[in-house]
Each structure stands twice: as structure tokens, then as C-alpha cells.
Ligand binder design. Structure first.
Ligand SMILES: [Zn+2]
Length: 418
């Protein structure tokens, strides 16, 4: 199978059949709005609603919504806004059917995030950024995130989901363990008199986040490997809210959803930002993106999202706790209208870049799984290789990294001096 798979030509007849079977299903209307109040000018957003999987074929359209909350300057946020999407798309093999494309997305998101971080760090800027990217293709929603901007989903049926993880050290014990094991130090700010104040931070640097793009001055264990979650909505649709921490520090997800119920996405985003600033004041950049995924006939703005009543709008036994970081507590007795297709938040590239058959065969063997550079046979290093334990991996165990990305991988795992 070596190297040939991604290069195959797809006969026109096959393409046509794919389009007819997969694409002619009813597609939702995707409507978005945003609002922002700026304090530091370090929040950036990206909207691309007319992306095409197959260039020139409008049936293959997908939408991208992204939020970048920069810190210590805006260079990393701006760089990510300009380059991340391209790096993600470049990591998806061409000639895939729609189903294959959606299945390949989680790995491509990981590759795109890591490449963006690596390329930015080569410019030696000191800033960093959180990133939340949401890709909507039909009823499929795929969210990838590093940092503490959050994306929540409320299905038309009334269930609420977190599509992102919180990479704040204060609330994420697993990440504290990972960073400590990689040689980082986690603790609170010491006032000098023995008193410790504020949230948990990573030292040196004092960053409160465990994952970001940029932050080369903090340490390689602050990794850009995103949490990725992919769901499929029912044809009743749902509403996404993507917000920076300025919103979530002030509003619970219930409060954010209920304060704007029935409003258009633009009005909803404005309302959420207004509520957040009213409660906490404008202490931070406060940005909100609202995306409605609607059945085509419900696209008229006069029809509010289906909601039964003001009280008890969340189904008590169906709702996922907004405080819980675990998203696996599914009730077995009621079928879920939202299908959870994929979720992985591991920081280990060896796990995140490995994809199961047949997805693995869609990626080219002699292309670096992160930066997509072409490699000569024998030049690539298995993502499972560990320079501290040579000989443990069969050299043909893909996927493969170029030497430079392999170096980056080991640095992220604390195996190289940064
Ligand atoms: Zn590479």
C-alpha cells in the first residue's frame, strides 16, 4: 500500500455516485453572528462560510468559525488566524469522499495546530493564544480547541454539550500531572510572605493555561495539541456558542443560552456579551460567536429555536453537567438525538496521529504527518519512536514525522531541553 493510496485518481463515476448518495441529503442552513467588547485588543475571530472540500463544487461547502484569545501580545493570535485553517486543510488528503473527509478531520486538526505552533515559534515571538475552531459540514460539527475559550452546543431537543475541554491548570488535574511529568512546575503566585495567591500557573512564565499556540518562552510542555470532539446533530439542528473566557467567567452555560433564546445569532451574541460585561465589568476581551444550524425551512428569522417553556428547559435527566469535565456520563435509557462520533483530548502525538483502518490508508506514507513535507523513503521517523528507548519500535510503524517534527514531539513530551 506504500505511498500510493492518497495519490489515486477517483473515477468520475465514483465521484458522481458519492455526491448523489452522500450530498443530496438535506443540508442545514448555517447562520452566524458575533459580538465583542475589547479591553486589550487580543481577541480575534475568523468566519469562512463558503469553504469547498472540492474546489469549484458548491455542494461540498463547509463552514469554519474560529476564536483566538491572545495573551502577552496579539502576534500568536493573528498568526493563527492567518495560517491555522490552511494548515488544517493541507493535512487532509485530497480526493476523499465526504464521509472520509469528516473521518480524517480529527487527525488533520491535530496536525494543523501543531504545525501552526511550530511555524510560529520559529519566528520567535513571545505571545500565545487560545484557539477554538469549529467546522460545520452539514449536520456534522467538529470542534478543536486549546486553552480556555469554550464552545457549547444546545441541540434543538434541549440537550447541552461541551464541545471543548478546559485547559486551565486550575481545573484540569490531568494536565497538571502531564506538565509536572514533562518537567514543568505548577503552582500559585507566591507573594514572598509564604502566602500563595491566584490560580494555578505553570512556571517559569506564570501561564494559567496548559495548552496554547505560541508561548515559546513558557516551555514546550505547553502544547498545541487540541482537544477534538465531533458530533452529528439531528436534522432538527441546534445552536453553538463559542466564547472567550471573558464570557465564561461571568456566565454559566445555562445563563448564556437562556439570556438570548429566540434571538437571531447576531442579537444573541450581542446579548451574551452585554450580560457578561454587566456582571463582571469589562475586565478582559469579551467575544462571542453564535452559530445556528437550522433545518432549511426554519431558516427564517421569525421562527425562534424550538423551546417548550422558560422553566425546566434543560431536560433534568438528559442534560450534561456544565461543571463536569467528563463528557461520558450518558444516560442509557433515552436515545440521544446528538450522535457523539469522536472525542480525544490526549496530548500524545503518537496517539492523536494514529488513525484506524481504513482512515490511516488515506494519509500518504511519505509525507510528514504534521508539517506535510515530503520525505524520502527511510527518512521519516515513526511517531511511536522514542529516542530514549531505541529499538523498541518497528521502523515501518507509521505514521511518520520528519526529523524536525520528531524533535518538536519529543520536546513537547519533555524529552528534550527546550
Ligand atoms: Zn514535519
Amino acid at each position: 500500500m506504500a505511498g500510493k493510496v492518497g495519490e489515486r485518481m477517483v473515477p468520475l463515476g465514483v465521484l458522481l455516485k458519492r455526491e448523489l448518495s452522500g450530498e443530496r441529503v438535506e443540508r442545514p442552513d448555517v447562520v452566524h453572528g458575533q459580538a465583542s467588547q475589547s479591553k486589550k485588543g487580543e481577541d480575534f475571530t475568523l468566519f469562512k462560510t463558503e469553504c469547498e472540500r472540492v474546489p469549484g463544487d458548491s455542494v461540498t461547502t463547509f463552514s469554519v468559525f474560529a476564536l483566538f484569545d491572545g495573551h502577552n501580545g496579539s502576534a500568536a493570535a493573528i498568526y493563527s488566524k492567518e495560517n491555522l485553517l490552511n494548515n488544517i486543510i493541507s493535512a487532509i488528503p485530497s480526493d476523499l469522499s465526504r464521509d472520509e473527509w469528516i473521518a480524517a478531520l480529527p487527525r488533520a486538526l491535530v496536525a494543523g495546530f501543531v504545525k501552526t505552533d511550530k511555524d510560529f515559534q520559529e519566528k520567535a515571538h513571545t505571545s500565545g493564544t487560545t484557539v477554538t475552531v469549529v467546522i460545520v459540514d452539514g449536520w456534522f460539527v467538529t470542534a478543536a480547541s486549546v486553552g480556555d475559550s469554550r464552545c457549547i452546543l444546545e441541540s434543538a431537543e434541549g440537550s447541552v454539550y461541551f464541545l471543548t475541554a478546559d485547559h486551565r491548570l486550575e481545573v484540569n488535574e490531568e494536565e497538571v500531572e502531564r506538565i509536572t511529568a514533562s518537567g514543568g512546575e505548577v503552582g500559585r503566585l507566591n507573594t514572598g510572605a509564604g502566602a500563595e495567591v491566584g490560580p494555578l500557573r505553570c512556571w517559569p512564565g506564570g501561564l494559567c493555561l496548559s495548552r496554547s499556540i505560541g508561548d515559546m518562552d513558557v516551555g514546550e510542555y505547553i502544547v498545541p495539541v487540541p482537544h477534538v470532539k465531533q458530533v452529528k446533530l439531528s436534522t432538527a439542528g441546534g445552536r453553538l456558542i463559542i466564547s472567550s473566557d471573558g464570557v465564561w467567567d461571568a456566565l454559566s452555560c445555562e445563563a448564556a443560552l437562556s439570556c438570548c433564546r429566540g434571538m437571531s445569532p447576531d442579537a444573541a451574541a450581542t446579548q451574551i456579551v452585554k450580560e457578561a460585561v454587566q456582571i463582571k465589568g469589562l475586565r478582559d476581551d469579551t467575544t462571542c460567536i453564535v452559530v445556528d444550524i437550522l433545518p432549511p425551512e426554519k431558516a427564517t428569522p421569525t421562527v425562534p429555536p424550538t423551546k417548550k417553556s422558560g422553566k425546566g428547559v434543560f431536560k433534568m435527566f438528559r442534560r450534561k453537567s456544565c461543571e463536569s469535565s467528563s463528557q461520558t456520563d450518558k444516560e442509557p435509557f433515552e436515545p440521544d438525538a446528538v450522535e457523539e462520533i469522536f472525542e480525544d483530548g490526549s496530548a500524545m502525538l503518537s496517539r492523536r496521529l494514529e488513525t484506524e483502518y481504513p482512515i490511516c490508508n488515506m494519509f500518504k506514507l511519505f509525507i510528514c504527518a504534521v508539517c506535510q513535507v515530503e520525505m524520502k523513503p527511510g527518512e521519516g521517523i515513526s511517531v511511536h519512536a522514542d529516542s530514549s528507548k531505541p529499538g523498541r519500535v518497528r521502523p515501518w510503524d507509521g505514521p511518520f514525522l520528519c526529523p524536525s517534527c520528531q524533535f518538536k514531539k519529543e520536546a513537547m513530551e519533555g524529552k528534550r531541553p527546550s
